[in-house]
Write a protein that binds this ligand. Structure first.
Ligand code: FMN
Length: 170
């Protein structure tokens, strides 16, 4: 088992990505790992962690700034740790939600993942829920994009892959 805890950090405007991060943290805890779950904006340092998972919602083809800033700021330390990245994006009843794994990450994310030597990256479907508030959510809902395309079993399965990788590496 890892001697140091795992950090699961997320950037989420309307809790959809946060709930996915919770799912990942819960799966890793159930697998026996010590896990800190934090908003990316609340992470002061990644020094205590042996592995780091960072997830961001995608808005207007971009990751959220706190997730980008966390990785950019900690890139040197991240390069010496085990890192996984995930995006929460595609919504609507189309090909991108049937096969979110084929949707590219926003510009710059793959480059950051390469730079820190990420062991894995995943694209998951997202959620538009106007009850979460916000003008933009209301506009998306009006455009017929209201719904929940987050595949939580797939998120959990991804967390199990991470647990297996961490276990094999220790
Ligand atoms: C205004 C707006 C713009 C969005 N832009 C994108 C986008 O460019 N690409 C994408 O895949 N998803 C896009 N989405 C969908 C969100 O990424 C998705 O709803 C996500 O799950 C929201 O996560 P959150 O609840 O953590 O904020 C957009 C949603 C809204 C409301």
């Amino acid at each position: 088992m890892l001697a140091r805890p795992v950090l699961v950090a997320y950037a989420s405007r309307h809790h959809g990505t946060e709930e996915m991060a919770i799912e990942i943290a819960d799966a890793l805890r159930a697998a026996g790992f010590e896990v800190d779950l934090r908003a990316a904006s609340d992470v002061l340092t990644i020094e205590p962690y042996g592995a780091v998972i960072v997830g961001s919602a995608v808005y207007m083809f971009h990751w959220e700034i706190p997730a980008l800033e966390l990785i950019r700021r900690e890139r040197v330390a991240l390069a010496t740790r085990k890192v996984w990245l995930f995006s929460s994006g595609p919504v609507g009843d189309g090909k991108s939600t049937r096969h979110p794994e084929t949707v590219p990450h926003p510009d710059g994310v793959d480059e950051l993942a390469d730079e820190v030597g990420a062991r894995g990256r995943a694209m998951f479907g997202g959620r538009v829920d106007p009850r979460q508030g916000g003008f933009a959510m209301a506009i998306m809902a009006k455009a017929g994009l209201e719904g929940d395309w987050r595949d939580l079993p797939r998120v959990r399965a991804w967390a199990h892959e991470i647990a297996a990788d961490l276990r094999a590496a220790t």
